[in-house]
Design a protein around this ligand. Structure first.
Ligand code: SF4
Length: 347
């Protein structure tokens, strides 16, 4: 694709868009190697602080700030100095933006907890339920580090930090969902996003079992309060899209594109080296998003995520991800949460 144009010229006003969520992947390094890791092409790079500044200027001058800035990795706390530098900057500049970190929780110390509390940052821990299931798939985690992780989560909850967890369900673990969710709830984690592991060998049988078991859980009123349903109760309006900033400074259209290989990140990078928009790349995302809004009168955010998974396959020009299984389960979650009235967390 050719690089050309700047967003701010009058003839490109049609390129304007609003940002819903933005991810900043502060590092590609991680201290675990989970077997289902979505981040398939780690190169060990860090985010460039210049790219972050360009992104913040973009919010201020062009798109408006996102509702939430999500910090992720790799493991974000491996780049603690940059992480806190960016958090402090965002805290000072974007008063209405929530700050959120996705983490495996292994490197959060007492000083970090105090600072996170001061900045009003919320945390999302990757923990897949009780120790057996978590240790089986989050490779590198040992019984002692699992114990330390649970102590850290408890310390964060007690410190008053808003905490949740993503409980990734591997197809092998569909029979352990109830045990996992009970374990996390009893630990005091207020909300849990039960989510299928992408890129794993789902079959029609394991997808069906996931649904049967999840429905059983959703019918237990005390568990329903723990289930994370924000993405089903949150509607994304036309003209909005997500952004994601990847090391060293690629700007892409959302979280799922983390798993794209390097050549595709370059091809679908929304801006060039000096922060000018590449109109043809922006138009690619905009056209795809407009199409999905034409097909769905009302678009829950989770449906938008399903759309982005399908978009990723079209970016790759091949069936890169097994979207039939993942999207089937994600759409089932939306239907279940809306039918049973599972509320947005915090309402
Ligand atoms: S902790 Fe996250 S980034 Fe690290 S290997 Fe596991 S899933 Fe991947």
């Amino acid at each position: 694709m050719e690089k050309s144009g700047t967003l701010s010229t009058p003839e490109q006003k049609h390129s304007k868009f609003k940002v819903h969520y933005t991810w900043i992947y502060v590092t590609e390094r991680c201290n675990l190697h989970c077997d289902y890791c979505f981040f398939r092409h780690m190169h060990g790079r860090e985010i460039s602080l210049d790219a972050v500044e360009k992104l913040f200027l973009l919010f201020e001058k062009e798109t408006g700030a996102p509702s939430t800035l999500i910090f992720s990795g790799g493991e974000a706390f491996l780049a603690k100095e940059n992480l806190f530098r960016i958090l402090n900057e965002a805290h000072g500049r974007f008063k209405d933006t929530s700050l959120h970190i996705q983490t495996n929780g292994l490197l959060i110390d007492r000083d970090s907890i105090i600072e996170l509390r001061r900045l009003g940052v919320t945390l999302e821990f990757g923990i897949d339920g009780a120790s057996e299931a978590t240790l089986r798939h989050r490779c590198g985690l040992k019984p002692a580090s699992f114990k330390k992780l649970t102590e850290t989560i408890r310390a964060c909850v007690q410190a008053g930090i808003g905490c949740g967890s993503t409980m990734t369900v591997h197809p092998q673990e569909v029979d352990h969902m109830e045990q996992g969710l009970d374990f996390l709830r009893e630990m005091g984690i207020p909300h849990v996003d039960v989510t299928p592991a992408a890129f794993m060998p789902w079959t029609p049988e394991t997808v069906a079992l996931f649904k049967t078991n999840y429905l059983k859980l959703a019918r237990r009123p005390e568990l329903r309060r723990t289930m994370y349903a924000n993405e089903d109760n949150e509607w994304i309006a036309p003209g909005y899209m997500d952004l994601s900033l990847h090391p060293p400074g690629y700007l892409l259209g959302g979280d799922p594109f983390l798993c794209l290989p390097e050549n595709k990140r370059m091809e679908f990078n929304i801006w060039d080296d000096v922060g000018r928009f590449r109109p043809e790349v922006l138009a690619f995302y905009r056209t795809a998003h407009e199409k999905v809004h034409r097909e769905h009168a009302k678009l829950p955010y989770r449906e938008f995520v399903c759309h982005n998974f399908e978009l990723m396959n079209s970016m790759m020009g091949t069936q890169y991800m097994n979207t039939w299984a993942i999207n089937d389960i994600l759409r089932f979650l939306t239907r279940t949460h809306l039918t049973l009235g599972v509320k947005k967390y915090g309402t």
